[in-house]
Ligand binder design. Structure first.
Ligand code: SF4
Ligand code: SF4
Length: 376
């Protein structure tokens, strides 16, 4: 039976967060898995250049609490690393580390903040769709990986949690290539499970003190949840996050895939909750439509109906021209190269758009909305 540890942590006040992180570490007896010469890698969610107050990235106080606890436990080699959206360059990393508060934390505790932009291939011969991924070097070199994700809704995958956070172990602009290769949600989510099986994080913490609902992972609104969660099973932790955000776990395709592969029990009664999930209203979901009723149609007409549904009825990214500053970040992250910048404004050619919403995710000024399809 998998343990899911939950603490009520109402704010990012450092002593409170330290206490919560210590409790989680002790509940899983993490100290017994560490040694002074072990290389520990902390993988926060640093999606883009946002301040901690914008509730998009993992809050630095949680990373700081983990570093404090690791140091007190005698660990000397600690690295914080992520490959955010956009180019994986030293200058881009510096800006994001600075803005997200990671630079201050790492400097204060004399911990390595990764600036190595190289990557290596990691194999997982049992992968269902992908048997080898390019992975950023500090993740490849680590002996013990702590995945610290941020609880958010997600326009494409429904949930940004333990499994989705690991997409940031793939270097920079290699990521859109996976969207291009797996344009439909189900295979994309299956690929994410292959990736999670390749990385196999040893411990996961969820920053759910200030979560995001609505048009996540970057354009949503604040949802004060006041929780930190932890587990050593990323799939069952995500299953539990579904309960918190109020969605059917089987509607989140990474969760559904992990259940079908036997990686998640798929039964809330089989999880050992240490702590309580408070009752709350369901999270607002992204304005994305999941309309794939075509699986019920005869195979011959499935494809044209699916194309019609996709182009005319499903939610699409729309540029809000008044907000667009012409920075080109959407164009840079589009796996189908279907966004042009004309007269300092972005323009989408919908014929090639695969509705991956990377552009929406990467726009720094929230100038890309997701508009409902015709029948929603
Ligand atoms: S839509 Fe956003 S990301 Fe794209 S060019 Fe405009 S401001 Fe930049
Ligand atoms: S326009 Fe946006 S949603 Fe469409 S393929 Fe490009 S990044 Fe994905």
């Amino acid at each position: 039976m998998t343990n899911i540890s939950i603490t009520q942590t109402p704010s990012y006040d450092q002593p409170l967060v330290n206490k919560a992180v210590q409790e989680h570490m002790e509940r899983f007896n993490i100290r017994s898995k560490l040694s002074p010469d072990i290389k520990v890698l902390i993988k926060p969610n640093l999606l883009m250049k946002r301040t901690p107050g914008e509730f998009t990235t993992t809050h630095p106080s949680i990373v700081e609490a983990v570093i404090i606890w690791l140091k007190e436990s005698g660990v000397t080699s600690i690295t914080v690393a992520d490959s955010p959206g956009g180019p994986y360059t030293v200058s881009a990393l510096k800006g994001i580390y600075q803005t997200s508060g990671m630079a201050d934390v790492c400097q204060r505790h004399n911990v390595t903040l990764n600036m190595d932009t190289s990557s290596r291939n990691l194999e997982n011969k049992k992968g269902k769709l992908v048997k080898q991924f390019p992975i950023i070097t500090p993740v490849c070199d680590a002996d013990f990986i702590i995945d610290i994700c941020k609880l958010k809704t997600h326009a494409m995958t429904g949930l940004s949690g333990a499994v989705k956070n690991l997409f940031g172990t793939i270097p920079g602009l290699t990521k859109p290539g996976y969207h291009a290769r797996f344009p439909e949600k189900a295979p994309f989510c299956s690929m994410l499970v292959d990736l999670c099986e390749t990385i196999r994080p040893d411990f996961i913490l969820v920053d759910a003190i200030q979560a995001m609902e609505g048009n996540g992972p970057s354009g949503g609104t604040l949802r004060e949840t006041g929780l930190i969660l932890a587990s050593d099973n990323p799939y069952e932790l995500d299953y539990c996050l579904c309960k918190i955000i109020g969605v059917n776990p089987r509607s989140i395709l990474t969760v559904k895939e992990s259940i079908s592969r036997g990686l998640c029990c798929g039964d809330f009664n089989q999880l050992n909750l240490i702590g309580e999930i408070p009752r709350a209203e369901p999270f607002r979901v992204p304005r994305e439509s999941s309309l794939d009723f075509t699986t019920f149609l005869p195979p011959l007409i499935r494809r044209p109906v699916r194309a019609f549904v996709f182009h005319y009825l499903s939610a699409k990214p729309v540029i809000i021209r008044e907000k667009c500053i012409g920075c080109g970040k959407c164009s840079e992250s589009c796996p189908r190269n279907t966004i042009q910048i004309e007269a300092k404004k972005a323009k989408i050619n919908y014929r090639n758009c695969i509705r991956c919403y990377c552009c929406h995710e990467m726009c720094p000024v929230k100038a890309i909305d997701i508009r409902k399809g015709l029948i929603r």
